[in-house]
Design a protein around this ligand. Structure first.
Ligand SMILES: [Zn+2]
Length: 73
């Protein structure tokens, strides 16, 4: 993802052609998962946060791993 789109929010990369309605829905979903605590597959501690698109990091053991966009598994 180009860094210049970052300040426009997570939905910005989908562009205008998808329309406002879709972007709002995507934003809603992303916000939902952004605040969800996910269990770490290495230490089983619920401290995993999504740090980038498909990239997850555990605040407990410090491991960084890649996964799906909305799920670490
Ligand atoms: Zn961990």
């Amino acid at each position: 993802m180009p860094s210049h789109t970052k300040k426009l929010g997570p939905a910005a990369r989908f562009g205008a052609k998808y329309g406002k309605r879709i972007r709002d829905k995507v934003k809603e979903i992303e916000m939902q998962y952004k605040h969800r605590r996910v269990k770490c597959p290495f230490c089983n501690y619920k401290a995993v946060k999504r740090v980038a698109y498909g990239v997850w990091r555990c605040n407990k053991c410090g491991r960084v791993f890649t996964g799906k966009a909305y799920s670490p598994y």
